[in-house]
Design a protein around this ligand. Structure first.
Ligand SMILES: Cc1ncc(COP(=O)(O)O)c(C=O)c1O
Length: 215
């Protein structure tokens, strides 16, 4: 939070926070997000990307609805992907009227198909299915995190809050050494975020988790 606030300049118009983050799997507790918002000028739009909210089980986490309600410069953006309909490409936003109005004016016309809207409405109603997804994710997240910690090739402190976990490798990565030889984009993502010695993975189906655990 301090680093983000220190990076704000008189030219800053927007602050974007992915909470939890992709791919590090780290998150800021509600109190820290509030502190961040309090430290911003009111003319800076604070965009809270809570895409992974459905998977978070930490008790000190908040999706940000209260913060939106209590201020004029906060919006929360979400996705239906984590409710099981990633292929429909539907997201949503909750924010003050003046921001919603501005976004409405610039969004592409017909940007969400009718089938996407119907699927999203059904997914929102099917709370039982979303709860099952959360349970599945929490189960395999712990399993994979434990495996990562035990692995000899080395993940020091694998941590995970959403479906992502990211960890430093004990040994420097060799060019073709797994898991970096596998779907390499996850490692590339860490490099892009200035964590060159880190590797990230996310939990998914049982077989995906089993594949990720073997390195
Ligand atoms: C942090 C973050 N925000 C937003 C999204 C958007 O999700 P989607 O494009 O599946 O709606 C993702 C994707 O998983 C994400 O990781």
């Amino acid at each position: 939070v301090d680093a983000l606030l220190a990076a704000v300049t008189p030219r800053t118009r927007m602050l974007f926070l992915a909470n939890p983050n992709n791919p590090t799997g780290t998150y800021l507790p509600a109190a820290e997000v509030e502190r961040l918002q309090r430290g911003l000028r009111p003319d800076i739009l604070f965009v809270l990307d809570s895409a992974y909210a459905e998977y978070v089980t930490a008790e000190d986490y908040s999706v940000g609805i209260d913060l939106v309600d209590a201020s004029d410069n906060v919006v929360m953006v979400r996705t239906f992907s984590k409710m099981g309909i990633a292929g429909e490409r539907v997201g949503w936003m909750y924010g003050p009227d003046h921001v919603v109005d501005a976004v409405n004016r610039i969004r592409g016309p017909f940007n969400v198909s009718l089938s996407g809207q119907a699927a999203a409405a059904a997914a929102a109603r099917d709370v039982e299915f979303t709860a099952r997804l959360r349970e599945h994710n929490a189960r395999w997240r712990s399993w994979l995190t434990r495996r990562w910690r035990r692995t000899p090739s080395g993940c020091r402190r694998a941590r995970a809050t959403s479906s992502w976990r990211c960890s430093r490798m004990r040994r420097p990565r060799r060019r073709r050494s797994p898991p970096c030889a596998r779907p390499a984009s996850w490692c590339a993502k860490c490099t892009a975020m200035a964590y060159p010695k880190a590797c990230a993975s996310r939990s998914g189906s049982k077989s995906t988790c089993a594949r990720w655990s073997k390195f």
